[in-house]
Design a protein around this ligand. Structure first.
Ligand SMILES: [Zn+2]
Length: 200
């Protein structure tokens, strides 16, 4: 795979000059879906200075930037949900930040839902909302920034189940409590630790 460095030369079609032009690669701001991403490698037309090509390496940088700038999703939960998150975090020595733990657990379960056979887990999460432990006054606030794919799954599931995204996340926390704290499900714990290691 070609990785360009600043100053590399190539050729590309320039729409403004309407011809094949020599281009020079350098880092500059790039507009991606309304978001200005700083320092993105692009090829610039040597004649008019327009940005005319975006090398493959830049797609990852743009995605990483976009995902890290996704708006946080706010959830209100009963305080014992925060205790569940902290207990799970402490058990795995992952983190003691409720927001981060909520995001990691949600990502884990949302990725399971999007796999074949994931509808079973989806039902389990929705059913968890009817349990006694799912109740209580929502006095704590959680704020999670999800990667694009996890957020898309969260939206899809909540509209399919006629629930709010907040409901689904609450269902995930109760399901995680059963899997990890009650059943001591080792494979879920291992997946959670691996995800945390990859993301932290
Ligand atoms: Zn040009």
């Amino acid at each position: 795979m070609i990785i360009h460095k600043e100053g590399d030369k190539s050729k590309a079609i320039c729409e403004r000059c309407k011809e094949i032009v020599p281009v020079t690669f350098r880092y500059a701001p790039f507009m991606a879906q309304g978001l200005k991403v700083p320092e993105v490698m692009q090829g610039f037309c040597d004649k008019c200075g327009d940005s005319v090509s975006l090398p493959h390496q830049s797609t990852y940088r743009i995605r990483e930037y976009r995902e890290s700038h996704n708006r946080p999703v706010e959830f209100r939960v009963p305080p014992h949900f925060t205790d569940i998150l902290l207990t799970i975090g402490n058990m795995h020595k992952v983190s003691q930040k409720p927001n981060l733990l909520c995001r990691l657990l949600s990502e884990l379960y949302l990725s399971k839902i999007s796999l074949p056979g994931g509808s079973r887990i989806q039902k389990q999460i929705v059913l968890a909302l009817t349990e006694d432990i799912a109740g209580g006054k929502s006095k704590d606030r959680l704020s999670c920034v999800f990667p694009d794919n996890a957020y898309a799954t969260l939206k899809t599931v909540s509209s399919a189940e006629h629930k709010t995204t907040s409901d689904i996340v609450r269902g995930i926390i109760v399901t995680a409590k059963h899997d990890i704290l009650d059943k001591r499900n080792r494979s879920i714990s291992k997946e959670f630790e691996e995800l945390a290691a990859a993301k932290l």
